[in-house]
Design a protein around this ligand. Structure first.
Ligand code: NAG
Ligand code: NAG
Ligand code: NAG
Length: 298
């Protein structure tokens, strides 16, 4: 029987595109303290069969945690619940308040009179502190800003990325690593992982105010939720040196204009005065000449 089961599994795993009566997500990552839904799909012919969630590394000796009665009604046992849905031919197992000790191998199974169809599901609880970084950074327009994102060492080889947040879980990758330490540069943004320090650095160059906003440091997890942690980037407008420059220019301009006005307006007045004095002086001399001349003549 066991031999049959083993050879069966080997043959199944060797058959590409083999459609099992039950399909699951394989490995599921979830955050500690949150609820983790796991969905298993089954063949339509099993709609009214009992569906169950079994815990244990070995399928043959796993312990049933919770089981339906072939109906769509939810069945609960402790923090685990199972709910069948005949419309989608799927059942959802939900682990509430996920804990570290929930880590391990489980099975989605369907109770039959023969050998039960099943699929293995591995649960990987993750603490939110697996990815830590500064929550907020500030920089000035035209400068650059670097953000260091630290991660747990088990994610060394994972792809890391930097994204601009649309919503809490919607953050399309802007720039990503390849999982290696090779730096990647794109549109003035660079990202580089450092496996020995368990962190990656994101640098945004030539900042403008439009770069202000919520971003995320993220670690990609194939087959699970990407780890993400928000970073608030604020680009400050430094009008201090700017306005001082402009003030200086305006001040100099004012002095220049005043000087021009002085030259242009006062110069004619000055020239007129000089001319007037010269003319008067000359007239006086002429007059005295006229007066004295006859005297000397007579
Ligand atoms: C069953 O699944 C269908 C399709 O996914 C969904 O529209 C429906 O609301 C689900 N029913 C229940 C009872 O959850
Ligand atoms: C990682 O950081 C260490 C220490 O700062 C440094 O010596 C090393 O060159 C860095 N690695 C890469 C790939 O930048
Ligand atoms: C980001 O930081 C700025 C400046 O400190 C603040 O005004 C803004 O509200 C923050 N945004 C979020 C979403 O926390």
């Amino acid at each position: 029987m066991l031999l049959l089961h083993l050879t069966g599994s080997i043959c199944i795993s060797l058959l590409p595109g083999f459609t099992s009566a039950v399909k699951g997500p394989g490995t599921v990552h979830g955050f500690v303290g949150r609820s983790l839904p796991v969905m298993c799909h089954y063949d339509k012919s099993y709609q009214t069969y009992y569906k169950y969630w079994c815990k244990g590394y070995d399928w043959l000796s796993c312990t049933v945690v919770v089981k339906t009665r072939g109906l769509e009604a939810e069945v609960k046992a402790g923090r685990t619940s199972v709910k069948d849905n005949h419309t989608c031919s799927c059942f959802t197992v939900t682990l509430e308040d996920l804990r570290e000790e929930d880590a391990g191998v489980y099975w989605c199974g369907i109770e039959t009179s023969g050998s039960d169809p099943n699929t293995q599901v591995t649960i990987v609880p993750e603490s939110s502190s697996d990815l830590t970084d500064p929550k907020a950074v500030e920089a000035t327009v035209g400068s650059s800003v670097s953000v260091e994102c630290s991660y747990d060492q088990r994610y060394q080889q994972n792809i890391k990325y930097w994204c601009r947040r649309i919503s809490e879980r919607n953050c399309p990758p802007g720039i990503s690593t390849t999982g290696s330490e090779r730096p990647v540069i794109k549109n003035g943004v660079s990202i580089q992982d450092n496996h020995s320090l368990n962190h990656f650095t994101v640098t945004m160059d030539d900042l403008t105010t439009s770069h202000s906003g919520m971003y995320s440091c993220a670690v990609s997890q194939p087959g699970g939720l990407d780890l993400m942690t928000p970073v608030n980037v604020t680009v400050l407008v430094t009008d201090v040196p700017d306005s001082r420059d402009r003030g200086g220019f305006f001040q100099n301009y004012q002095i220049y204009v005043t000087f021009l006005v002085l030259i242009c307006m006062k110069m004619p007045i000055f020239l007129t005065m000089v001319l007037a004095i010269t003319w008067m002086h000359r007239r006086n001399r002429q007059h005295s000449d006229e007066v004295t001349t006859p005297e000397t003549q007579s």
